[in-house]
Write a protein that binds this ligand. Structure first.
Ligand code: SF4
Length: 380
């Protein structure tokens, strides 16, 4: 009898290069790990350039230069130039503050393809309260102005939560005013530091519904001028998103110290073995790393995912969220309406969003330990 051939290995299309965890902002929904990597442990320039060469050889098309704040790296221009030389489409994901503006012209000359600028709110005081940095807003506006003056395509990214959901119309106006081609209205995903701040961030369902209607109306009104991407909040969704396009299928994430992760928050899952770019070529890591193999495909799934006809659409949702909410990374993501825990998750979201006064944000710093329990072992 012939053995069944294993499914072909998917080709990764994107690499998230987390160049550093250093960041001038302290957003309460930051998706970086609870323990941030220190500067002294960051990969050097030559190693990043080798990683980029290996990524291009593997078939990667897009590189997201991220962090933290990627322009905090002295070698950001060199790294960007390497992307251009390799034919990799480079996207700078930046806060646009501190030294970012001073490096922008050189980045453009080095072949940068695209800029994604974070905005915390439209109103300056609110933006600065959320990001934890005074005078951030004028710096961001000056940065955006220079991006468009250089002819670079600009995307604004606004993470939406209780503290800024009323500003969705103003954020749309802001994107138009700053000359952005695209706006991401991205409701908070509750893992990493956002899980720590969940009760402070959770918006009410009627406000979420209103924000979706506003985006739909603006899409019509601004057709041809501004594209608006909408990421709906998991806790109020019917079905979950395919996390990272499906575990180990499209994306990989290299941390500042060279660990290769299948998704941004994968380190919250205990027991996973991550391989490092210092020890092995990227292609070997993509194919064989125990962390990538753990949840690639559908073999690992439990019911109801295992027999669900959506299992190759959303790949069971988010493993980190399944762990955080169900206490089991192999469980169906409780954001899914077919999960036995879905009702509890929705009730929790409603209860937190109904708090008359939201708790204060817990801001993060490098080396600062979280002051509340981590997601691990803290299911709904
Ligand atoms: Fe997706 Fe699993 Fe829900 Fe089906 S049961 S929709 S595969 S998360």
């Amino acid at each position: 009898m012939n053995a069944v051939a294993p499914p072909p290995l998917p080709v990764p299309i994107g690499l998230l290069a987390e160049l550093t965890h250093r960041c001038p902002l302290r957003c309460p929904y930051c998706s970086n790990p609870l323990e941030l990597d220190r500067r002294s442990a960051e990969l050097d320039t030559a190693t990043w350039q080798r990683v980029l060469r290996e990524a291009a050889a593997l078939g990667v098309l897009h590189v997201h230069l991220s962090g933290g704040e990627p322009t905090a790296r002295q070698d950001i221009v060199e790294i960007t130039r390497t992307c251009a030389e390799l034919g990799l489409y480079s996207n700078l994901i930046t806060s646009g503050v501190a030294g970012a503006l001073g490096k922008l012209d050189a980045l453009s000359e080095a072949g940068l393809d695209h800029v994604q600028l974070s905005v915390q709110a439209a109103e300056a005081g609110n933006a600065e309260r959320i990001g934890g940095l005074k005078d951030a807003q004028p710096q961001k506006f000056a940065f955006a102005e220079r991006v468009t003056a250089l002819g670079l395509p600009l995307t604004l990214n606004a993470v939406i939560h209780r503290g800024n959901i009323a500003e969705v119309p103003a954020l749309i106006d802001l994107a138009v005013r700053l000359g952005a081609k695209r706006l991401e209205v991205a409701h908070t995903q509750y893992y990493g530091w956002a899980y720590v701040n969940r009760a402070a961030l959770m918006p009410a369902k009627p406000d979420v519904d209103r924000s979706i209607r506003i985006v739909e109306e603006a899409r019509e009104r601004l057709k041809g001028q501004l594209v608006i991407d909408l990421v709906v909040p998991d806790y109020y969704a019917k079905y979950p998103k395919a996390c990272a396009g499906g575990w180990g299928r499209r994306l990989m994430n290299v941390t500042p110290t060279g660990k290769v992760l299948p998704c941004h928050a994968a380190e919250t899952i205990p027991g996973l073995e991550f391989w490092h770019v210092q020890d092995r070529p990227l292609g070997e890591i993509w194919a064989d790393s125990p962390a990538f193999r753990a949840y690639r495909g559908t073999e690992w799934m439990q019911e109801p995912c295992r027999s669900c006809d959506r299992r190759e659409k959303d790949w069971g949702g988010c493993r980190c969220q399944a762990l955080a909410l169900a206490g089991d990374a192999k469980a169906t993501d409780p954001a899914c309406s077919l999960s036995p825990l879905h009702g509890k998750v929705q009730a929790l979201a409603v209860a937190e969003s109904a708090l008359e006064t939201a708790p204060d944000y817990q801001y993060r710093t490098i080396g600062g330990a979280p002051r509340v329990a981590t997601p691990e072992g803290a299911p709904v």
